[in-house]
Design a protein around this ligand. Structure first.
Ligand code: N2P
Length: 391
């Protein structure tokens, strides 16, 4: 029964998040969201002064239904300017530079914690979110690990980071080999055999370094400099076999047969599978959570502190909390949403796909992405630049 399964998944989410945050379960010492938080006055959610029927949204690419925006515009008369990004790193650079003009942005929870502390967001006004109660209580509880008391962030979709591959192309080059392993990408002898049909990695150090650590049997969220060096060496050793680093191009390229292996996000790989099926081009694309383990993450919507249209932002958030609206998004993007009331409305093909709603065995291999750590991330960014430039 879907509701029971969702409950089990969200319990696991909670468990893994708490595990990732250490024994106290409180990585922030209980201080997040105080000093740096915007004042109630600056968070006023009345667009009346602006009177503008506009909403500026910055979301991940391939992460909304085909008519989600048009239906909102028709219903509300609000014109949506919709831009996309494809990595947390790109979004965070914009947010830190400031004055983005966006009313809604969608960072992963692991990035949200320090972005809240940096004072980048304004608190939600629950009075303007009458459908808030539809959200899954367990996911909200898990999100509170990053956003205490759920003051700023609304959970949107969640998923995993694994490997997408072209079944025929890979099995032809690795006959009889197990394919549920990071070794597909991180074992130099293996990946060398796949280089000719196209190998891609996400252009996101927050994803590639944990994957390398999973491959090496190291703690995925390790902040040890020695482990970082080992992960960098692993990434550098496979660099000659990687066609490109990019965080969204792999969807079309997997679908078209231009790539045979890609580190990627579950829903994006499944969109590639769907595009190949629609095109009837014979490419059979599969997604796997490697047996060594993989990250799980969830993406959440927040309102920047200086958002020009915060009331319209609340209207959009509340619209997305309607079960029929968010179920249609899940059907289109092949990601699980965070709305308990929506689960029965999600199409069975999506609801029953273990790549989207993982089974118990897979769940046991998942680990929640740990909150980002600015000091350590500076080292990671430099290491990533070295990996990509092949130095
Ligand atoms: C959407 C990718 C979102 C998942 N294309 C990564 N958080």
């Amino acid at each position: 029964m879907p509701a029971a399964r969702l409950a089990r998944i969200t319990c696991l989410l909670l468990f893994t998040l708490l595990a990732a945050c250490g024994e106290s379960g409180d990585p922030f010492g209980g201080s997040a969201g105080d000093a740096a938080a915007p004042s109630a006055a600056s968070a006023g959610n009345d667009d009346a002064g602006h009177g503008e029927q506009v909403l500026n949204v910055y979301n991940w690419s391939d992460y909304i239904g085909p008519d989600t925006i048009a239906n909102f515009e028709r219903e509300t008369g609000i014109k949506v300017n919709y831009d996309v990004f494809d990595s947390n790193e790109v979004l965070e650079a914009k947010l830190l530079a400031g004055h983005t003009g966006y009313d809604i942005v969608v960072p992963s929870a692991s990035f949200v914690a320090r972005q809240i502390k940096a004072g980048l967001f304004q608190p939600l006004d629950r009075m303007q979110l009458p459908h808030y109660n539809n959200l899954d209580a367990d996911i909200l509880h898990a999100l509170a690990t990053y956003d205490p008391d759920n003051v700023y962030a609304v959970p949107y979709m969640w998923g995993t980071t694994g490997i997408g591959y072209n079944v025929a192309q890979v099995t032809a080059r690795l006959p009889g080999a197990r394919l549920d392993t990071w070794g597909l990408l991180f074992d130099p002898d293996t990946v060398a055999k796949l280089a000719d049909c196209g190998v891609a990695l996400l252009d996101a150090p927050s994803e590639t370094f944990p994957a390398a650590r999973f491959a090496l049997g190291l703690p995925a969220s390790s902040t040890s400099v020695t482990d970082l060096g080992a992960a960098e060496a692993a990434l550098s050793s496979i660099r000659p076999y990687v066609r490109y680093f990019h965080s969204s191009q792999y969807i079309n390229d997997l679908a078209n047969g231009e790539l045979c292996v890609a580190m990627g996000w579950n829903g994006d790989v499944l969109q590639a599978r769907a595009r190949a099926r629609d095109a009837a081009n014979g490419n059979d694309i599969a997604y796997v959570v490697p047996r060594e383990g993989a990250l799980m993450w969830f993406d959440s919507m927040v309102i920047p502190k200086d958002a020009p249209h915060p009331a319209n932002a609340h209207r959009f958030l509340d619209y997305l909390m309607r079960p029929e609206v968010i179920a249609a998004v899940s059907d289109a993007v092949h990601y699980a949403n965070a709305n308990a009331q929506a689960t029965p409305l999600v199409s069975p093909a999506v609801r029953d796909d273990p790549a989207i709603y993982p089974d118990a065995q897979t769940r046991a291999r998942l680990e929640a992405a740990a909150p980002t750590n600015p000091e350590f991330d500076r080292l990671v960014t430099r290491a990533w630049t070295r990996v990509k430039s092949g130095r």
